[in-house]
Design a protein around this ligand. Structure first.
Ligand code: HEC
Length: 126
């Protein structure tokens, strides 16, 4: 009887610990994943505008938001710790690939470079 009780207690403690760890991991990833998903959204918006050759103020604000978010990648992923040097280099290359202004005609080509900069980091770190 006592053995069964102890066994059940062990299972219950295990389940609670697993739930806590899972939730902690999910919370830890929420910031970088949120940032990445919004960048993805901005990039899709820019791609669509480039494809249809319809650029307006909203195109520019997507670019500005993407630039702002790209500036926070290291902090989102590494928090207080210094980022891996190659990681920081990938983030820097992404920022360098982002155009300064919207040249609608050249936008699709410019965005191919941006997409390549995203993929380069993902291949190693995602
Ligand atoms: C310097 C590295 C780096 C760069 C540059 C980068 N990413 Fe990421 N990305 C990551 C990492 C690391 C993850 C995994 C995050 C996690 O699961 O905690 C990730 C995950 C993602 C995800 C999946 C998020 C999820 O919900 O799991 C998307 C979407 C994404 N990135 C989009 C982008 C886009 C779009 C760009 C370029 C505009 C980009 N990333 C540039 C490092 C980078």
């Amino acid at each position: 009887m006592r053995l069964v009780f102890l066994l059940l207690l062990g299972v219950a403690i295990g389940a609670i610990a697993t739930a806590n760890i899972t939730s902690a991991l999910r919370q830890r990833d929420a910031y970088p994943r949120g940032l990445m998903n919004v960048m993805q959204h901005d990039l899709a918006r820019l791609r669509a505008d480039g494809k249809t050759q319809r650029c307006d103020a909203a195109t520019m604000s997507s670019l500005q938001q993407l630039r702002g978010l790209a500036g926070g990648i290291e902090v989102a992923v590494y928090a207080e710790e210094p980022p891996d040097p190659p990681f920081a280099e990938y983030a820097r290359r992404l920022r360098a690939a982002l155009p300064d202004t919207i040249d609608c005609k050249a936008l699709p080509q410019a965005l191919d470079k941006v997409g390549a900069a995203c993929d380069a980091c993902h291949r190693q770190y995602r």
